[in-house]
Design a protein around this ligand. Sequence first.
Ligand code: FMN
Length: 248
Amino acid sequence: MTTFDTPFDTAETDRLLTTTRSVRRRLDLTRPVPKAVIEEALEIAVQAPTANDQQNWRWLVVTEQDVKDQLAELFDISWQFHQKEVWTGAGRRRNVPQARRNNASAAALAESIAKVPVLVIPCVLGRPPDIGAIDAQWGADPRVRTGRAEHGEAVEGVRIGAMRASNFYGSIFPAIWSFQLALRSRGLGSTISCMHLPFERQVGNLLGIPAGVTQICMVPVAYTVGTDFRPAKRHAARERTCWERWHA
Ligand SMILES: Cc1cc2nc3c(=O)[nH]c(=O)nc-3n(C[C@H](O)[C@H](O)[C@H](O)COP(=O)(O)O)c2cc1C
């Protein structure tokens, strides 16, 4: 608990931050979601940081039933494949109660996805960087090897790919999380789902998304049944935090 002076009511902000769950089973599939709520939450979301302030996101909001039905079909094929090929190979994870609960919850979403009032697909302009190719390209660039020669420093082996990858995905997930927080504070629930991404091209054709644009995930949105969500069981941060030097 904070004992410092704070400019916010941290009891309330901490409650929001610690109880915003991935909601799949407790989505109210019958209650309409006003367009204005989505718009408001997205305006909050775009206050999130992006690398170089590029703001190169697009938010595709789907509410039409026939389109949701088509998305649900692709979602279901992917879900079945995931269950057969990925989840069954998940080994020990399958015996972890939390993982089993999560999988059951994801199954419920696969069942109901067509009925979720709003499906938001956050997109990024451009394609994900090919880390290996970028590293190879920059590694071969003589400027990289000699750029700081005046300081007598060798900079060979510089890796730009990881930076680009971090910038690419890191410039959308903070906004997605802010969107989820803004929804939660208004009584709505959501989750990040990557299930449709094996069919990114087909979904792109269905929604008219250009080939050079990357779909990041799908965020199904609905009012929640009740609002009494709780903090999740997590490993304590202090058990996973190293101060000053890495230690196991
Ligand atoms: C990058 C990312 C991808 C995710 N992909 C999926 C997904 O495909 N399907 C799903 O149901 N949940 C997905 N989730 C949600 C996680 O399963 C969920 O956050 C995790 O189980 C913890 O549960 P909680 O969010 O309720 O605390 C994803 C979350 C993140 C951050």
